[in-house]
Design a protein around this ligand. Structure first.
Ligand code: AMP
Length: 590
């Protein structure tokens, strides 16, 4: 009965998605109708639509009326409305259903955290997309029913807003929701760690316990996961330091004194029992692994794991190399595409390498529009516009090969909200587009007429750091800033490196990076010295951990953490500068 239920539920969700994706255009218009009907009369919609009642209108009319009367907005435009909700105003401002929870998102701005409404719809769609993705994964990589998942997941501390609403990251709300439990039951795969560990609020203690319990349940672990790949990389970097202590705990059925939170200690102690045989097995494996720089750590420690599953695209791509090192021969499955504002697309082809993964848009989750983006003529001298935009089009009208910015209308009260992500349509699944994630829209590095996105920077760093591997060193993490105080302004790239590298090599890396920025504005400015030579700063080991701590201290959660790839944040620059141990300047244009 149980096994049949899993099979049936897998079949059901796949055939549901086949249905809605086949009729995606129609489903999108129905979704828009539902959102507007559900929120008929709310202050924000009234402002733009007046008293128009859409009940008597057909879906095409609603769509054209809505897109002609309601303006495109960014988070800043909606902030005053969201702030009133946060302050306790319970009148229908953005939604008819009162909003009791707010999420913190980093989606479109950096540095400053933003509130986004969170409702039960948010958790329900999370459950639905996870179940759908699990169904497709199980076709390629079947797992055993009742197995375990080693999940590196972390809740942040929730707090109350002035008006008494609960605020925290979206993942925090999800882990605390009923849907998180339902997902485990529906997919017949159970997380290794109890809720007390996930919600401890101290990411170091949580990581330790995840590792300890993951190893305690070693033979049952079917796959390893985290929201963003960074957390898996971070957890195994800690494991290299912690493994002896973890083995001791498994041997004695104990938990290290570094776990100081009483309810976490108790929850873990209720689970671990002394297992000296398992402990010595793990010790032996770790002894061997140390000799091979921990290559293939995951399959060697978790022999029944079928894959590693996490977001590996976009700003997570720089961690792929390390992840592949730890995963050895185990497949890497790139996880879904979404944001605190809404889930967007699902990975229906888990066997694809992360570099080629596409995300199939979920046409029932939100109403999506797409702003066509055209890369600007490379020799334009306008420093402020990165792309030329055309009029937004609905999902049914997107074209393969075209780049777009995504616009969302959600069940949670965001209307024609620019998400700030750039995607490219790579094809269709039935009638719904498949997207490549390209980058965040915002330019991150610019001094004058130069324009570089996160993706541009990533490629440059990739080129520069290739040289490190010839010297048995590796890049741990990186960020950058545009130094504008001293003239001429120039880019500064900060690297944390594992291994010793001679200064001569660093000069070469720096030169290579400087020469690899292909943006015409940059090249011209460098030639004329209106942008100075690129500066490479090497920071001491552990600096990016300090940066992580800084963000966690400000309420971020490890589950959603993304290293800022460019910063003008004074505190962050202070940490980076204090930790800089070596500086070199490029000679590329001398
Ligand atoms: P947040 O809401 O703060 O967790 O961040 C959401 C943002 O993370 C999105 O707007 C994207 O820029 C990025 N993101 C989420 N999922 C993916 C993915 N699968 N691939 C690449 N970037 C992603």
């Amino acid at each position: 009965m149980e096994a049949e239920t899993l099979e049936a539920s897998t079949r059901d969700i796949i055939s549901w998605f086949d249905r809605v994706s086949t009729n995606a255009g129609v489903v999108q218009r129905e979704t828009l109708r539902r959102i507007i009907e559900l929120n008929h009369g709310v202050e924000y919609l009234k402002k733009w639509l007046g008293d128009i009642d859409v009940k008597e209108m057909d879906e095409c009319e609603i769509e054209s009326l809505y897109t002609s009367l309601v303006p495109l907005v960014s988070h800043a435009d909606l902030e005053p409305y969201i702030q009133r909700i946060a302050d306790g105003n319970t009148s229908p401002i953005l939604t008819q259903h009162p909003i009791t929870t707010l999420s913190l998102s980093s989606g479109t701005t950096e540095g400053r955290q933003k509130f986004v409404p969170f409702t039960s719809h948010s958790s329900q769609t999370t459950l639905q997309i996870f179940r759908l993705a699990a169904a497709y994964r199980s076709r390629v990589y079947p797992t055993r029913d009742g197995g375990r998942i080693l999940e590196f997941i972390y809740s942040s501390k929730s707090f109350k807003t002035k008006g008494g609403l609960t605020a925290g990251t979206a993942t925090t709300h999800y882990y605390a929701s009923e849907e998180f439990k339902i997902k485990q039951e529906k997919t017949k795969a159970f997380t290794c760690s109890p809720p007390e560990v996930i919600s401890s609020g101290d990411y170091k203690q949580t990581t330790y316990c995840h590792l300890l319990l993951g190893l305690f349940f070693r033979d049952q672990v079917e796959f390893i996961t985290s929201t963003f790949a960074y957390s898996v990389v971070q957890a195994f970097a800690s494991f290299e330091e912690l493994w002896k202590e973890i083995c001791k705990d498994i041997k004695e059925g104990n938990v290290s004194s570094r776990i100081t939170i009483p309810k976490v200690r108790k929850a873990v102690l209720d689970i671990v029992k002394p297992n000296p045989i398992l402990a010595s097995k793990i010790e032996a494996v770790c002894g061997d692994l140390q000799g091979s720089d921990w290559y293939g750590l995951i399959p060697k420690l978790w022999p029944n794991a079928k894959y590693v599953y996490s977001i590996m695209t976009g700003s997570m791509q720089p961690y792929l190399k390390k992840l592949r090192h730890h995963a050895g021969s185990l497949p890497l499955v790139s996880a879904e595409y979404g944001s605190t504002e809404s889930w967007i697309g699902v990975n229906l082809d888990p066997s694809l390498p992360p570099e080629n993964v596409t995300f199939t848009v979920m046409p029932t989750f939100s109403y999506f529009e797409f702003i066509p983006l055209y890369r600007q003529n490379q020799d334009s001298s306008s420093g402020s516009v990165d792309f030329i935009e055309d009029e937004p089009v609905p999902l049914s009208q997107v074209k393969v090969g075209q780049e777009y910015e995504i616009v969302l209308t959600t069940f949670t009260g965001l209307y024609r909200y620019r998400l700030g992500d750039v995607v490219e349509v790579s094809g269709f699944h039935n009638g719904t587009p498949k997207l490549n994630f390209i980058c965040r829209r915002k330019l991150i590095l610019a001094v004058n007429i130069d324009k570089n996105t996160e993706k541009d920077l990533q490629l440059v760093v990739e080129r520069g750091s290739e040289l490190l591997s010839n010297h048995r060193a590796e890049l741990v993490d990186f960020t950058s800033s545009a130094e504008l105080v001293r003239q001429p302004g120039h880019y500064v790239i900060y690297w944390e490196i594992k291994g010793e590298v001679e200064e001569r090599v660093l000069f070469e890396c720096c030169r290579e990076m400087d020469a690899s920025f292909v943006d015409h504005g940059y090249v011209v400015s460098r030639r004329t010295n209106s942008i100075g030579p690129l500066e490479l700063c090497i920071v001491e080991r552990g600096t990016f951990k300090k940066i992580l701590d800084h963000f966690i201290g400000k309420g971020a959660a490890l589950s959603q953490f993304k290293t800022p790839r460019c910063t003008s944040d004074r505190m962050l620059l202070r940490i980076l500068d204090l930790c800089t141990v070596k500086r070199v300047r490029s000679t590329a244009y001398d």
